[in-house]
Design a protein around this ligand. Structure first.
Ligand SMILES: NC(=O)c1ccc[n+]([C@@H]2O[C@H](COP(=O)([O-])OP(=O)(O)OC[C@H]3O[C@@H](n4cnc5c(N)ncnc54)[C@H](OP(=O)(O)O)[C@@H]3O)[C@@H](O)[C@H]2O)c1
Length: 330
């Protein structure tokens, strides 16, 4: 396998996607201990891919970059100590995404810590984005936010991919769900995803409205996918012993946290990543999410499918489409 080449989209420098992202033939990578080589069927792409190629994603500091953090694929070759045998269909997070081995390629590498069993009730394209949306929401709402039936949940960036998954999961877990958006046209979409109430982040009475909706206690959990000014517009509505979950910075910057505010209001700030959790937490998430899918309590959106050769067009859809964006490899 060492000398075999594969097709891969790759950017050797940061820049305008249509200029720097190109199809290349590169060596098929070798899985090490705890890893597997995956033959990619579909790969989901989203905002982090766009930001990474443009040089604006803090976790990817050097090219080359191959888009596609998440995938559905078949285990082609295992290193020692990988939990699935060759030929198994799995989904997961691409291990060397920021090092030129993302999943918009014939093969990618996945580690035992990030691989997940394929959820059989989902289509390939629904499942492709599942780790970075629903598993992240599970980490944020359950493992970090400790959300309980009847708690209030506020989702920032509620109409985005990650936000919409938190709306659905929050509702399925019994929370009162408040969606915060910046464009009123997205109100109906948020309601279709489980929001009980939809508010606009530019509303001058935003805090008053959140306080009224929560019997003046404030909101128990804030799920923040936007950061920056959007975070600032709602943080004064956090409840005593509330949990603020940092998920992303779609607004361009992380929130400015105020230790004095955290101290005097007695709340916690935690981060959520689907790759940062214990094996026990991962197994619990797999089981509970699969039960919720089975009962129809959560239903990941369909995706727009693009052929491998049309990856540039797929990347240009990021931020425009409410559907997921998925590139088909085979
Ligand atoms: N922690 C994790 O594991 C994880 C996983 C996936 C993603 N993320 C991160 O989460 C963030 C969102 O990703 P995504 O895939 O959900 O992106 P997305 O689908 O493009 O959604 C982003 C949402 O944020 C809103 N938004 C953008 N800029 C805003 C601003 N300045 N003020 C208010 N709202 C704003 C957008 O509103 P409009 O619809 O009005 O444009 C959109 O609804 C990214 O930073 C990403 O890196 C983290």
């Amino acid at each position: 396998m060492e000398n075999k080449l594969m097709r891969s989209w790759q950017a050797d420098e940061f820049g305008e996607i249509s200029e720097v992202l190109k199809i290349k033939n590169i060596p098929v990578p070798e899985p090490k201990k705890g890893e597997a080589l995956i033959k990619v069927i579909v790969s989901s792409i989203g905002l982090p891919d766009k930001l990474a190629v443009e040089g604006n994603y803090p976790f990817v500091t050097n090219p080359p970059i191959t888009p596609g953090q998440e995938f559905v694929g078949i285990v082609e070759k295992t290193g020692a100590d990988f939990p699935f045998i060759e030929g198994t269909k799995v989904l997961g997070t691409s291990e060397y995404y920021g090092k030129g081995y993302g999943a918009v390629a014939d093969y990618t590498i996945c580690s035992k810590t990030t691989v997940l069993p394929f959820p059989t009730k989902l289509s390939d394209e629904q499942a492709a984005a599942f780790p970075g949306t629903y598993h992240v929401a599970y980490v944020g709402l359950v493992n970090r936010g400790d959300i309980k039936d009847g708690d209030s949940l506020l989702v920032l960036g509620a109409a985005g991919r990650t936000g919409a998954a938190a709306l659905q999961l929050g509702k399925a877990l019994g929370a009162k769900v408040i969606a915060v958006i910046r464009n009123d046209e997205q109100k109906e979409f948020c309601i279709s995803q489980g929001a009980d109430v939809v508010l606009n982040s530019s509303d001058e009475k935003l805090i008053d409205k959140i306080m009224e909706l929560t019997d003046h206690k404030g909101v128990d959990v804030i799920y923040d996918t936007v950061g920056g000014k959007a975070h600032k517009s709602v943080i004064n509505a956090i409840a005593y012993k509330g949990r603020v979950i940092l998920v992303g910075f779609a607004g361009g910057s992380w929130p400015e946290l105020n230790p004095q505010h955290i101290m005097f209001k007695g709340y916690a700030v935690m981060g959520a990543l689907n790759t940062i959790r214990t094996e026990e937490e991962k197994q619990d998430a797999i089981k509970k999410l699969s039960e919720l899918i089975g009962r129809g309590d959560i239903n990941p959106p369909k995706a727009k499918l693009f052929n491998f050769n049309d990856t540039i067009s797929a990347m240009s859809e990021i931020g425009k489409s409410k559907e997921g964006i998925v590139v088909q490899l085979s």
